[in-house]
Unconditional design. Structure first.
Length: 66
């Protein structure tokens, strides 16, 4: 049987905010996460997803029309 953790438990385990985990679940970036009612269930053996946000502070702006 698969054991699950909540957003709060995952936040403590991975040292990130529950809001960020909610966003990752909504985007489908946490493998095996499923929503039951208003509760996200995340498998306990799931690894923390890689953070793909830009960390340099420099944002890439694409020019339209070129």
């Amino acid at each position: 049987m698969i054991e699950y953790m909540t957003l709060k438990e995952a936040a403590e385990k991975w040292s990130i905010s529950p809001q960020r985990i909610n966003t990752l679940c909504l985007d489908g970036r946490i493998e095996g996460a499923s929503k039951v009612g208003n509760l996200w269930l995340i498998p306990k053996d799931t690894l923390k997803p890689v953070d793909n946000r830009i960390k340099t502070g420099k944002y890439i702006k694409k020019k339209k029309g070129l």
